[in-house]
Design a protein around this ligand. Structure first.
Ligand SMILES: [Zn+2]
Length: 508
């Protein structure tokens, strides 16, 4: 009891600092999360408390020593105010891409982001932190500081190891997300710097003008395309396209983005999987053949494929400030604006890789209003708190949105000599065996959607390729086909093309 009464003022002080931090820096991360059910709200409050507890332990650790606290707390509050303000006002979070952009930003761009409310919020937090530091310095005495530091460290260790879900939730919120993003940024830079071998170093020059586009879809399963016989009309635009072929039997070995994307982009196949990690993608071969390459992404980069983005002449993230923990709208068709700018430059040979957010959970966040064809939709960020009907409706609305995006892309290329290959990285589980989303082992997640579109000029130039494509539409392919087929689509006559994996070569 004596011990408790001695540390009471310290504990009270810590609780006050935590309460301030919870309101200012934690709440903005949760306030816009979609929840309607009681259980959903309860879970959200639980995460809110867990993050606040994490901050409490961090402050406990820092405040054990008044010198450390005097240095730590003002920085913690000022940085927290900036991060929370952008999360609340712009639904923007700190990501490795934001760090990259900040490090390479010009002064003008940074200056434009500074607003009066931001300055006031930062100032308020600076004043509060100075008052807190001064109070800690003058009024709080902490005996056995090392013991407190030891207890705080043990608590922190426990908090981050009790559950992986809790850990990833903590790592997405302030202040842990700042640390996490810097660590990821550093590792991404290391991945880019790693050496990869280009499987074919020749410089081909067979085409004068051609636009080749790879659209990497996200979680789009083949059987939810009306083009493949799905009972719902999920592709109102593309079902009217004549220059379009659906490859309805594509198999993906991998069930999640980070493993699937490197496999798709490189020569890796089921026997030589390691080529996904030590060879360059087809992009370098395109570069050597005189193509201007661009990677336009609606997703964030990952260790496994960041090196391929660096192979491109241009790299654009349309939403570097978003992560899947930010429940706000962002759409694939926003990638068309930078695509238009690049097209205006008029380079005769262009390779563009689009990386869609597509049908990634939380589905509604990526559905355009005009594409909300199926209702009712989900209202809760926890998958299982929604009805199966609502989840499938929301999912199918993402397919309608993808249909519009692809339609808008094809319209832009109609008058050019152009070819577009759309391939989803994997499918999505929609209630089969009681499972949802992807990355689990379920047969339905291994059947991604795949479409190929060509312009009239392309068809006139390469009639045999188009004829072979049509003939091959129903054949079974693994996603391994992409590397070989995209080189063939661009008429790059590389000897490393495996003709069995070339959808533009006759197999029947
Ligand atoms: Zn994916």
């Amino acid at each position: 009891m004596k011990v408790l009464s001695r540390i009471k003022p310290f504990l009270f002080f810590l609780l006050c600092c935590t309460a301030w931090s919870a309101v200012c820096f934690v709440l903005p991360f949760f306030i816009d999360n979609p929840v309607e059910s009681f259980n959903g709200i309860l879970l959200l409050v639980g995460y809110c408390i867990a993050v606040s507890f994490g901050i409490f332990v961090l402050l406990y650790l820092a405040a054990a020593n008044r010198y450390v606290f005097a240095l730590f707390f003002p920085i913690f509050c000022v940085l927290g105010a900036v991060v929370a303000y952008f999360r609340y006002a712009f639904k923007a979070t700190i990501t490795p891409m934001i760090i990259d952009a900040s490090l390479h930003n010009d002064f003008q761009t940074t200056y434009e982001l500074i607003t009066v409310p931001l300055v006031l919020f930062v100032l308020l937090n600076l004043i509060v932190s100075i008052v807190a530091v001064s109070y800690r310095w003058r009024k709080i005495t902490v005996k056995n500081a090392w013991l407190h530091i030891f207890i705080a460290m043990a608590m922190l260790l426990l908090l981050f190891n009790v559950s992986s879900r809790l850990k990833s939730s903590l790592m997405q919120r302030y202040p842990f997300n700042v640390y996490e993003s810097f660590m990821i940024y550093r590792e991404l830079q290391q991945k880019i710097a790693e050496d990869r071998i280009c499987p074919d170093m020749q410089h081909y020059n067979r085409t004068d003008s051609l636009k080749v586009v790879l659209v990497m879809g996200e979680s789009l399963r083949a059987d939810h395309l009306s083009l493949n016989g799905y009972s719902r009309q999920t592709m109102p635009y593309l079902s009217q396209q004549t220059n379009l072929v659906s490859l309805s039997d594509v198999y993906s070995e991998y069930t999640y983005t980070n493993r699937s994307v490197p496999h798709i982009l490189t020569r890796a196949d089921s026997i030589t999987e390691n080529l996904a990690f030590n060879e360059t993608s087809f992009i370098t071969i395109f570069n050597n053949a005189g193509f201007q390459s661009a990677w336009i992404s609606c997703q964030d980069p990952a260790y496994s494929y960041v090196a391929f983005t660096a192979e491109c002449d241009t790299l654009i993230y349309t939403h570097p400030e978003k992560s899947v923990y930010v429940y706000s709208d962002w759409f694939d068709n926003e990638m068309l604006t930078p695509f238009d700018s690049l097209s205006l430059k008029g380079t005769p040979r262009q390779l563009t890789v689009f990386h869609m957010i597509g049908s990634h959970w939380y589905y509604n966040n990526h559905v355009l209003t005009e594409c909300e064809r199926f209702k009712p939709v989900t209202t809760n960020r926890t998958v299982t708190a929604n009805t199966a009907e609502a989840i499938i409706n929301s999912y199918d609305n993402t397919v309608v949105t993808a249909d519009l995006f692809l339609h808008q892309l094809f319209c832009r290329l109609e008058q050019e000599k152009a070819i577009v290959i759309f391939l989803s990285d994997h499918g999505e589980i929609l209630g089969e065996n009681g499972q949802w989303l992807h990355a689990s082992d379920n047969e339905v997640v291994r059947h991604p959607a795949c479409l190929v579109w060509y312009s009239n000029a392309y068809k006139t130039t390469y009639p045999q390729k188009v004829a072979a494509l049509k003939q091959n539409a129903t054949l079974h392919y693994r996603t391994d086909f992409l590397f070989h087929s995209i080189l063939s689509a661009a008429n790059i006559p590389s000897p490393i093309i495996d003709d069995n994996l070339n959808i533009f070569s006759c197999h029947k």
